[in-house]
Ligand binder design. Structure first.
Ligand code: 5GP
Ligand code: MG
Length: 191
């Protein structure tokens, strides 16, 4: 007898549950941008987007900011093609710009164990920015392994592996407009 295994479609159909809809995300991103703009006032900031997961979030966020904004990107590899992080996260792409004496806002998709942001903070601190703050769209507080809270945070979510709005599994699902938990049967194998 032949055993059939479920095949991913890389669409909404692979989600268990939608945690944040497109409009909920848009509303929250606008609110975050207001808070950030208020915080920095007329100061020039450098947004550091943590690739690739924070790309979609950063693109929406910076267009709502009302402060003079520069953009740079950094890459930290923590997951590869698995849903559990390998330790410790490595900084893959250094910044292209000089952040010495600049106000830096790191933008990441999700704060999970906290190991990635800690590594990025440590790395960027060496460049002597005037200030260093963090903004994450999602926060899985119960998974934290280090003492770290984001300065600006979008949604607190339960401990589930989520995809969409920039977040991937094996590079898929980043294009989904909402954020949802991926069905367990599609999380185990590298697709
Ligand atoms: P941490 O180092 O805080 O454990 O992990 C942070 C990074 O792991 C995030 O920037 C993100 O790339 C990835 N990550 C953590 N949880 C999830 C998740 O539920 N879904 C996806 N797609 N990536 C996650
Ligand atoms: Mg990431």
């Amino acid at each position: 007898m032949e055993t059939l295994t479920p095949q991913p479609t890389y669409t909404l159909a692979d989600l268990d549950e939608v945690l944040a809809t497109e409009s909920q995300i848009a509303e929250r991103v606008s609110a975050l941008a207001r808070d950030i703009s208020e915080h920095y006032g007329s100061q020039d900031i450098t947004v550091v987007c943590v690739l690739s997961g924070a790309l979609v979030f950063t693109a929406d966020l910076i267009r709502k900011l009302e402060v003079p904004t520069r953009l740079d990107c950094i890459r930290a590899d923590s997951y590869g093609n698995a849903t559990e992080a390998s330790q410790p996260p490595k900084i893959r792409n250094p910044l292209k710009t000089d952040i010495k004496d600049r106000h830096v806002l790191i933008v990441d998709d999700i704060l999970d164990t906290g190991n990635t942001l800690v590594a990025i903070l440590r790395h960027l601190r060496q460049a002597e920015p005037a200030s260093l703050a963090t903004c994450v769209l999602l926060d899985k507080k119960e998974r934290r392994q280090v003492e770290l809270e984001a300065d600006f945070s979008g949604f607190e979510i339960p401990d589930a592996f989520v995809v969409g709005y920039g977040l991937d599994f094996a590079e898929h699902y980043r294009n989904l407009k909402c954020i949802g938990s991926l069905k367990p049967e599609f999380q185990s194998a590298v697709q």
